[in-house]
Design a protein. Structure first.
Length: 119
């Protein structure tokens, strides 16, 4: 059974920092591309950052220079370090995993963790 479990969401003041974690189980983590998405109330879910199985990263323009995605394959965990947080970063943050096993493309989602940034 595949599980992606996010943690680290909290209420923080603008300018503060948080680190989100996503622990994966039931998948071959080392071959899985991982991403963080977020969804604010009344808005569509959007990609925040992703990291390939080999460590290549990509960021949304709105978070470049403030957020850093990283992974620890030994711990089956992906992280999102968020610095200089802004009220507009307030959203539910979701962990996403994608891989292809035996020719089948698969996608997985976590349950989300709430990040609230107060002004």
């Amino acid at each position: 059974q595949v599980q992606l479990v996010e943690s680290g969401g909290d209420l923080v003041q603008a300018g503060g920092s948080l680190r989100l974690s996503c622990a994966a189980s039931g998948i071959i983590f080392s071959i899985t591309a991982m991403s963080w998405y977020r969804q604010a109330p009344g808005k569509q879910r959007e990609l925040v950052a992703d990291i390939t199985s080999s460590g290549g990263t990509n960021y949304a323009d709105s978070v470049k220079g403030r957020f850093t995605i990283s992974r620890d394959n030994a711990k089956n965990t992906v992280y999102l370090q968020m610095n200089s947080l802004k009220p507009e970063d307030t959203a539910v943050y979701y962990c996403n995993g994608r891989n292809t096993v035996m020719g089948y493309a698969r996608m997985y989602w976590g349950q989300g963790t709430q990040v609230t940034v107060s002004s």
